[in-house]
Design a binder for this molecule. Sequence first.
Ligand SMILES: *Cc1c(COP(=O)(O)O)cnc(C)c1O
Length: 352
Amino acid sequence: MATPRLEIHLDRITHNARQLAALCASKGIGIAAVTKGVCGSPEIGAALVQSGVQVLADSRLANLRRMREAGIAAQYMLTRSPKLSEVEQVVQFADVSLNTEMQVVRQLARHAARQGKVHGVIWMVELGDLREGLPKRAVADAAGETLSLPGVELAGIGTNLGCFSGIKPTQGKMLELSEIAVSIQERFGVKLKVVSGGNSANYEWLVSTSNVGLINQLRIGEAILLGRETLYRRPIPELYTDAFTLVAEVIECQLKPSAPDGEVALDAFGHVPHVEDRGWRWRVILALGEQDTATSAIRPRIEAEILGATSDHLVLDMADRSLAVGAEVAFDVRYEALLRAMTSPYVLKVHL
Ligand SMILES: *Cc1c(COP(=O)(O)O)cnc(C)c1O
């Protein structure tokens, strides 16, 4: 079979989604399955829906569109704040979006009303991670104006931690979000459908909390796809961490000195390489590079050390073991590697 290829065990993804959904459900929380790590793959989207997931979420409208046009029946959520230049298509392809700008929501409302739709608006609250989110004091006013606009529905509020600054979604942060929800509900006499507490970084909070407050949704990508929480990248019990395997092919295996020969200047990516002299070693080149994946985020399933990579070559130190030209080497992928492999047109995707 062609290489490089990403082998995708759909049944393992389905298993992970079911397990996490059950765990969340035991605390009264629903899941929005986030597909941006897999480019909105319709095969994976379908597997997630088959596992019982009702909301498919993605940061890119093109990915939501891809799944929707593949006929996958779900509620579609756009997780990255909509671009002002794409509000019309947001209303067309997403049922609900996470928002931080009133002027964008006004335009969503205008286009939704025009298309005869009601678009769900979730206001994101900044609770310390300093990526997207309104300051706490501004959320209630935004919610109030949303209630007055035809074409949009105030679906709820949410927050996103553990991403840009690695801030932990603690019980304190979750109760803070809950309290904001309570105050909006009291001030406007409404019930918020969604209080969206976070992402895969919320796993530790989820298993340890005995009081979820009003939090009733988590948006989960990596934990479903790779079976790990994201604060410490620890494997989650009973989940598969190997739903994805990246496979590459040996194009050269030669016995070579480990220290380069000559005057040292910059490498392919503008760095000065530091090399340790380990004597003569079997050195393998695989037809895999930065154009195919994030090579710093893969791990070979054989005994071998990755020495480095350029755009199209991955170099392995095999010590005293050689490999046959044409042999295949399998790798585990971390999130960045999965993301890049899914995005790369050079990597064949094989669903198993
Ligand atoms: C990416 C993202 C998620 C999912 O994050 P994971 O770590 O993959 O679970 C959830 N919410 C938002 C806003 C995101 O950008």
